[in-house]
Design a protein around this ligand. Sequence first.
Ligand SMILES: NC(=O)c1ccc[n+]([C@@H]2O[C@H](COP(=O)([O-])OP(=O)(O)OC[C@H]3O[C@@H](n4cnc5c(N)ncnc54)[C@H](OP(=O)(O)O)[C@@H]3O)[C@@H](O)[C@H]2O)c1
Length: 251
Amino acid sequence: METAQPGQDTLEGRVILITGAAEGVGRAVASACARAGASVVLSEPSETDVGDLYDEIKASGGPEPAILPLSLEHASEADFQGAAAVLGETFGRLDGLAHCAAFAPFLSRIDDYDASEWERVIRINLTAPFMLTQACLPLLRAAPDASVVFTSDRVGRQGLAYWGAFAAAKFGIEGLMQVLAAETRESGSIRVNSLDPGILNTRLRMRLYPGENPRTHPDPATVTGAYLRLLGPAGRGTTGASLDAGKATHR
Ligand SMILES: NC(=O)c1ccc[n+]([C@@H]2O[C@H](COP(=O)([O-])OP(=O)(O)OC[C@H]3O[C@@H](n4cnc5c(N)ncnc54)[C@H](OP(=O)(O)O)[C@@H]3O)[C@@H](O)[C@H]2O)c1
């Protein structure tokens, strides 16, 4: 990725859809995109989950945000297509798609991993991002410089004990990112990358490590710059890369 030049982090005029916008990384990324001038579409299962963020962004005076209610666990293919149709009617295109939603119920040995939970975790963290991306592809193709960012995790790049289906889903995300990047490379107008934000003080981390002092880890706001660079003009020319937010370099 290029080193950001002055003005390269602006997202003015861009429409960016962010999943998991109520909490953690997604919330921080949505706020930062709005501050950088983007029209943000906040996606969560329930509209009320992002109501306060919607109000906050609206009050800040930038482009009006939008809310796209979507449950990544329960949405059908028709629901994803319907959501993309609404975006198409409202905006006509999509300049950025930041996949930040995540669900990890517990850490467990493979010996004990509950099979129905396995399917739920794969559905929310891998199948749903695929279905949403697929539904949005026509809108991304309608944008002159579109960027898809899949939020990754170190456990999806190197197997780590007890991370079970979540790790398997993140390995799948890396594969999906590479396949889609290869399929869109020729177009020159859609770039697709994955970004590992690193260990952060979020609800996901607290749920899995309840004994940990949350202040040990950085706040999600510390990684938004890496998302902005990938979503905006500074990310042009970067596709198919597995990046770390801390270093923002290829792994
Ligand atoms: N935190 C870390 O230490 C860390 C480290 C490396 C990578 N990451 C990555 O960063 C990403 C974000 O994690 P986070 O720490 O920000 O997690 P988080 O604080 O738990 O936030 C996850 C978000 O995803 C939403 N979500 C969960 N299930 C959903 C569903 N079925 N449909 C739609 N949305 C759903 C949640 O909404 P609700 O509030 O409605 O549940 C929430 O807004 C993940 O991809 C994770 O792998 C995090």
